[in-house]
Design a protein. Sequence first.
Length: 288
Amino acid sequence: MEVLLQVLIGGTLLGGLYALVAFGLSLIYGVVRILNFAHGTLLAVSGVLASLVFASWQLHPLLIAALLAPLMFACAYAYYHVLLRPLTRRSHFEATVGTVLVTVGTLMILSDLTAMAAGATQRNIPVRLEALEFGDIVVSTTQLLILLGIALLTAMMHVILKRTWFGRAVRAVTQEPVGAEICGVQSTRLKALTFAFGSATVAIAAVLYVLSFPVDPYMGFGLTVKAFTIIVVGGVGNLPGALLAGIFLGVAEGLTGLYWKPEWAPALSVILMLLILVAYPKGVRAKT
């Protein structure tokens, strides 16, 4: 029983981190209508950068996140204008194929450049904090702080989307893009801001991730697939649904490793997504 509870705690933590990755991808798809296959790679690259910064200057993880988030925001904003925005002038088919090629190419280039610069080995931020014992169950203070960070970041994103002009504009464009344009929302600028905002959230998630799990430059595509699965289950733009779907996926992976074979855990997201798409071709929310 103690081992099971330990796995459930670890799965909840991992699933919450998956959900943070899915939040940004869900926003980007809902507004920009782009399947960004390089989204998970941003977490891998940001995690490697965070570990290098910590190893070099011993900065506090919060400060590292505060530095990486605006950097990722600026890079993603420029990336959208330089590489993705020109594709909007093409036909729908050409734009769709073009965005897939551009984002997959970015995935490969970022992974290889990061591996060349920092090596392909796994890295993390080794923060040593006191562990808490509840009988035979051991929970590290780091895990509790990460869970707190996940909750705060989710609440912050919820407030931004519900209470700010940016959030109202995002919801307007997602629900009725033509009406939003008539009301004065500049779609091109909003798409660039949304793409940058969604990418910046990944940088924060990366710092939380490397505090408990190792990262390497080539793990990004697997994270992207998990984020796609969470979006399919939880719904586009549904933060509570994405959080619950992420926790479900993380716990399911943990139980798969405990009761079956650990090597099957990474494939679970693909299997779940295929089963969901077969059962609900139009999406879970469309069926309920």
